[in-house]
Design a protein around this ligand. Structure first.
Ligand code: UDP
Ligand code: MG
Length: 325
């Protein structure tokens, strides 16, 4: 086997504080891999600027002048982590044999990329980076994440626990992934659906060394909800179950009321009436809300809107120029 061309894709949103350091450390990883003859000299780092408002793109440009294998992709506006990642993966896959995706904040131990590539040589198409401990995450984040994985498992969505978007994928696995043409993407759920031979590599998750999380609670919740509704109809089933349950209950309650009536213990009935109005009304609203959520999903899916727009592509043009010379 020839040395594979590896591209490391890094989505960046307002990451001016960390980018230079990230670029240096990733360059070291790439250099070591090239020296160890594990990847081709054509291997690259691809920073995807997800519509940052700060100096992120300027830093990417500077870095690409200093280091020959650093390239950049500038998106026309902010499209969010998952879409930015897809933009990078689609661009990289055209000219790579395997692609690693990693966050710009280096919370994931990039030294294990070496093991990723070794696994690729062993014939694995997908290598998941899995966090061993989450000591450095806040108590809150750790527990919400744990609860999330449990819940997802319960409703039948198979995820690799404690795996974020730090993974290696072969070209053919990526090409299969791109066939999933959905607009609401949740990569962690999609990648396992692709199949092929896959394995895990474990590492310790570190603290963000600069800047702050771009995933505040509100975005985290939206992300989790997206993950659920994109992959499962369990919430709709739950509503059906609730409806059924309240039907059964109301039959019993009706029987009880009738007996009371016959015996002559009639009460004013105001409390039970008002309670059931609120209860059933609440149930209905909840049901409509959840169903509306799915209709919203269908709405955005049928539109088939592009997931991202590329403003500047230094990756493809760079490689093309090289090929011409
Ligand atoms: N990111 C992005 N677009 C966004 C938000 C985040 O490309 O709209 C990038 C961000 O620069 C980082 C990665 O996605 O490289 C993960 O974000 P972050 O580290 O803030 O999330 P956390 O690790 O806290 O979940
Ligand atoms: Mg992070």
């Amino acid at each position: 086997m020839n040395q594979p061309i590896l591209t490391i894709v890094v989505p960046c949103f307002n990451e001016e504080e960390v980018l230079k350091e990230t670029s240096n450390q990733l360059s070291k990883v790439i250099n070591d891999l090239i020296e160890d003859l594990l990847v081709s000299k054509e291997s690259k780092i691809l920073f995807v600027d997800d519509g940052s408002k700060d100096r992120t793109w300027e830093i990417i440009e500077e870095e690409s002048l200093i280091k020959s294998f650093v390239t950049g992709l500038k998106l026309a506006r902010n499209v969010g982590h998952q879409n930015a990642l897809i933009a990078g993966l689609e661009t990289a896959a055209k000219q790579s044999d395997c692609v690693v995706s990693v966050d710009a904040d280096l919370q994931d131990d990039i030294n294990v990329i070496h093991s990723f590539v070794e696994k690729y040589w062993d014939g694995y198409d997908i290598v998941y980076g899995v966090r061993d401990k989450r000591d450095t995450d806040t108590f809150f984040k750790r527990n919400t994440a744990l609860g999330f994985y449990r819940f997802m498992d319960r409703i039948g969505i198979k995820l690799v626990p404690n795996h974020a978007d730090f993974r290696l994928m072969s070209k053919r696995a990526l090409e299969e992934l791109f066939k999933y043409q959905e607009t609401n993407i949740f990569l962690r759920g999609l990648v396992p659906l692709v199949g092929f031979k896959s394995t895990n590599v474990y590492y310790d998750r570190r603290e963000r060394f600069a800047g702050e999380s771009k995933y505040p609670l509100k975005k985290m919740l939206a992300f989790a909800f997206d993950g659920i509704t994109s992959f499962s109809v369990a919430p709709i089933r739950f509503v059906t179950f609730l409806g059924f349950l309240s039907l059964v209950l109301s039959v019993f309650a009706g029987g009880y009321a009738l007996i009371q009536e016959i015996i002559g213990h009639t009460q004013s009935g105001w409390t039970s009436l008002i309670l059931s109005i609120w209860f059933v009304g609440g149930l209905q609203l909840l049901g409509i809300g959840i169903i509306g959520e799915y209709i919203g999903k269908i709405y955005s899916e049928v539109k088939r809107r592009p997931k991202y727009v590329i403003e500047i592509d230094r990756y493809t043009s760079n490689t093309m120029e090289k090929n011409i010379v």
